[in-house]
Design a protein around this ligand. Sequence first.
Ligand SMILES: [Zn+2]
Length: 391
Amino acid sequence: MSNTLFDETVAILERLIAFPTVSSDGNLALITYAAKVLSDLGARLTISNDISGQKANLFASIGPDVPGGIVLSGHTDVVPVDPSEWTSDPFELREADGLYYGRGTCDMKGFIAAVLAILPDYAKLDLARPVHIALTYDEEVGCLGARQLADELRQGDVKPSVCIIGEPTMMRVIEGHKGCYEYTTCFHGTDGHGSEPDKGVNAIHYAAKFMNRLLVLGEELKKAPHAAGNRFSPPWTTVQVGRIEGGSARNVIARRCEVEWEMRPVRPEDGDWVKAELEQFCREELLPGMQAVFEEADITTEIIGEVEGLQVADRNEARDIVTALTGDRLCDVVAFGTEAGLFQSLGMSVVVCGPGSISQAHQPDEFISGEQLQACLNMLEGLKSYLVKAA
Ligand SMILES: [Zn+2]
């Protein structure tokens, strides 16, 4: 067994990488391993399965059973791999020139390994506040695990006050990101010959009106007063149609059309506004015309994911704590989504700060540098003074 904290972190990372926790395949073996590590330290554990029983969240607490304390949060799932694009086995940690390769090294098992490595040190301290470990499933497919955990925390007795999400930021302190809401809206019409368009309900035509309305809303959001002066790039809430599919031939009325669209709200009210406007538009402007011709015509919208944004707050204890530890006083905002907004909605102060670069995430030959792992360990070492200090 290695004796330095860094070596221990690498040894744990090797274990974590060997669990092929691709979102679709489940994470139970990793959760079982982490639960053993945590229960050996005397942590109070809650494991919650998803509906399928193939995936689980782990929430563990060390230290006094009192309100407050800090959550160290990471997702256990990784994105799929195409082994032919990798130099070596993606699920076997490989070191070369101070870089550690493997699927999830950067996003975000490096952070989890550092947390698990330092926990024995935390457990030996006379902690004045608890430290909570949140390991979630299915972040990469819509923060599903974190959503379940947030619901449980909302109803439960454990009330942490501060949260660090260890997504890869090169240890920069990130205090805000946009939300990411994704939808598929399906238009159900009825077919007929192209020469008699009024006898059918052309799903593509109604989808076009819908998309036009969405784009008009997008233009209004661009001009919204609150879009001026925030630090996002671009600073307004954006909308986008990414894919459409429908119809069978040029001279056939299209029976069905699917529109895959998204929005990236700078504040939740924008998302609610777009949804309400579109709902009203469909109900008042589109459906009556569709159903006048064909009673069963319909418009349905499936929510693919609604990942809340992380709102920049004037007061943010998490930001104060982490900037003091990392020396990164210039907090930033980023374009990628995390579970941070979910935790913020529980009343916690939240930042995103973790080792590795987001440009490595989801790539073949994903890696994390030893330097970044060490920088993360330094931050976690520094947290000790917060944890032993009376609240
Ligand atoms: Zn991630």
